[in-house]
Ligand binder design. Sequence first.
Ligand SMILES: *[C@@H]1O[C@H](CO)[C@@H](O)[C@H](O)[C@H]1NC(C)=O
Ligand SMILES: *[C@@H]1O[C@H](CO)[C@@H](O)[C@H](O)[C@H]1NC(C)=O
Ligand SMILES: *[C@@H]1O[C@H](CO)[C@@H](O)[C@H](O)[C@H]1NC(C)=O
Ligand SMILES: *[C@@H]1O[C@H](CO)[C@@H](O)[C@H](O)[C@H]1NC(C)=O
Length: 480
Amino acid sequence: MHFTLPHLAALAATPLLAAAASVEVRQAQQKVNIDLNREYQTMDGFGFSAAFQRANLIVNLQPAKQREVLDLLFNTTTGAGFSILRNGIGSTPNSNRDYMNTILPRCPNSPAEVTIDYEGYVWDGKDSGQLFLSQKAQEYGVETFYANAWSAPGCMKTNGRDTNGGQLCGLGAYCRSGDWKQAYANYLVAYINFYASEGVKVTHLGFLNEPDMATSYASMQASGSQAAEFIKVLRPTLDRANLTSVGINCCEATGWNIAQQHAQQIRSAGAESMLYAMTSHEYTSRINGVMRTSARVWQSEYCDLNGRWSTAWYSWGGAGDGYTWANTVFNGIANSNLSAYIFWEGVQDRVTNNNNNEKLILVEGQNYEVSKRLWAFAQFRIVRPGAVRVGTSGGSNLKSMAFTNTDGSVAVVIINTSTGAQNVGVALSGYPDVKAWYTDNSHDMSAATVTLASDGTASASVPGRAMISFLFKKESAMEV
Ligand SMILES: *[C@@H]1O[C@H](CO)[C@@H](O)[C@H](O)[C@H]1NC(C)=O
Ligand SMILES: *[C@@H]1O[C@H](CO)[C@@H](O)[C@H](O)[C@H]1NC(C)=O
Ligand SMILES: *[C@@H]1O[C@H](CO)[C@@H](O)[C@H](O)[C@H]1NC(C)=O
Ligand SMILES: *[C@@H]1O[C@H](CO)[C@@H](O)[C@H](O)[C@H]1NC(C)=O
């Protein structure tokens, strides 16, 4: 084994790591045990959205800066390694303000005309910057593209516009123009086909966003029972179009309490088996307990809307702190059976958007600033799509979770909830190649020094209120 010069320099410049060996002797080791045989949910991944034209902030960056921001979001060795992109399906006839334009800017008079290959669709090859971002994400290996409509185009709705709530005609509401359920399903398939023609395979589809609320921007209201009625039209429409592998997600409630009602109504309407994931946000009520559904559960949008822009890991436990987010994501997966955690906006600027913590990266013209919320998600990047959560136990003041990845590696994520540093050991034999990374106020997924004991216990020193992630591999990747 050999060390390169920068590696040695980094070690010397990090007193914590240099002192690791002696720290280990003084401190009692907190040991975390892994139980590979106790299996929980399967993970779909971690993600964010760049809806409402936020993707254009990345499109407009010069190549070098653009590469840096894309690396921060998607790179699995230097960035957050996000694996899900949630794209907004536009519903507005124009791109005024930050609205997302629809592929159906002009509606025919009759719903029957809106077939999957209707000639009136307009594909601009941009989709508010989201196509570019999706294609870039693919270059990093992202395979999960969740296309999610906030509303149907206005002509399909009771209120004649895509904004300010209203309902889909024919879904619990009568319209003189007829029943637009099938037309809306066809339109959604057409959107997926446009992405396919650009080389991006949409894997998940949502047709509602916060349907329990009417907003001044794109919004459309529905109950869980009405959503079920539409799912019964959408599922066969996707299947007939050879899109059997596209999963339907529903219903993006504003909060967990509403989502639980949606789940119950979809189940009693007999549509649960047509659903891939129940999705919810956490604005009006936070995640609590396990949702009663046989579908997967995704927390598909949340952020701190109130605090001023902050890049702190731990300030005082504020809603925008990286450490708060590490715990939020951790708790959702450990306690509420989540298969995915999707943050709200990946990027935003300060001038036209709010100067708050809605975003992971603040992009202002050609400059950007990274929050520690991004690094909280990065600590989960070793948990890859398809990973199965397994059992952990032990360690005081430590929260731990473990996952078996599809390549056979084992990812262990640990949050040290106490305020001082201590040594943590993870007991798992038969994995000779172990690496670890940690994040705190002054580190971003920095490599930690791992000591491997003869019984296979891997240990490292973890600062207070830090998060550390261990990746165990069977074959040693070390060159001799
Ligand atoms: C991720 O970053 C590494 C290190 O800079 C780089 O070698 C690799 O090409 C990046 N991955 C992608 C897909 O760009
Ligand atoms: C679906 O796939 C089948 C078999 O490959 C093909 O015959 C059919 O034309 C396809 N249908 C559509 C709508 O693409
Ligand atoms: C967790 O979710 C999976 C689907 O991903 C489901 O099969 C399982 O029953 C859920 N577990 C509990 C405790 O609800
Ligand atoms: C957690 O942090 C506290 C405070 O820095 C420290 O004393 C303790 O050793 C850390 N725990 C682990 C397991 O590293």
